[in-house]
Ligand binder design. Sequence first.
Ligand code: SF4
Length: 263
Amino acid sequence: MDPDRMDELARDPRFIPGIYNYCDQWCERCTFTGRCMNYALAREEESGESSSQDAENEAFWNKLHETFDATIGRLEEVAEEMDIDLDDEGFDEDLREQEEIRETAHSQPFSRTAMRYIDVVEQWLQSHEGLIGDEPDSSSRGDLHGRGTGDDVAGIQDCLEVIRWYQHQIWVKLCRAATGAIRAATEDMEGMQEDADGSAKVAILGIERSIAAWATLLDHFPDHEDAIFAMGTLKRLLRQTEAAFPNARAFRRPGFDTGGGTD
Ligand code: SF4
């Protein structure tokens, strides 16, 4: 993407600054696509793509190279913002510290629960493979208890989609939140705790939506009461997350919580 075009888009008043920093990246289901610069950028790039495979591949590598050039140009700047000297001998020490922070973040109770949830979902999905048949009247839908309408199937598929979408994202967002909170406590970095709360809020919303999706599944398939393990894990995770990030719910995500504008 041409940097001038990027600047032009960044100045476009249609877009809410930073809205994409605290969303769930599920653009297909997003209600703010018309206000999101990231979305517009992605669509522009897609519409410029050639239908030929070679041209598509060339565009892919060119884009990656452009990203590389832009990143190298920005690297020193970002490092300076983060108070890291890339040429300094202390850089190795910074890397070690970063690794320690990462390990601490991963070992937080909520991170461990979120990781466990990933496994619980995986196991549940494996053991219920074929829960929804490919055909609307497939025999695999025999346990819909007489409620097997097309709408039901669409709803069930939606629920599975929701569960799949947030299955890993919850863990990723919580680890990001934990990392930010650790750094906020140990370093004097402005806005770090607030950013951590923002990530925790995205995780909380993913947890709540997943619980609702599981509840709907259970309603359709009362025989599959083992879904309760996934819901129970999420409920515990919600409690742990709210305890660790008491200000997360109050965080106002640009656009989503600010009524389409910014504060
Ligand atoms: S704000 Fe919406 S459109 Fe933009 S990146 Fe996030 S999910 Fe996608």
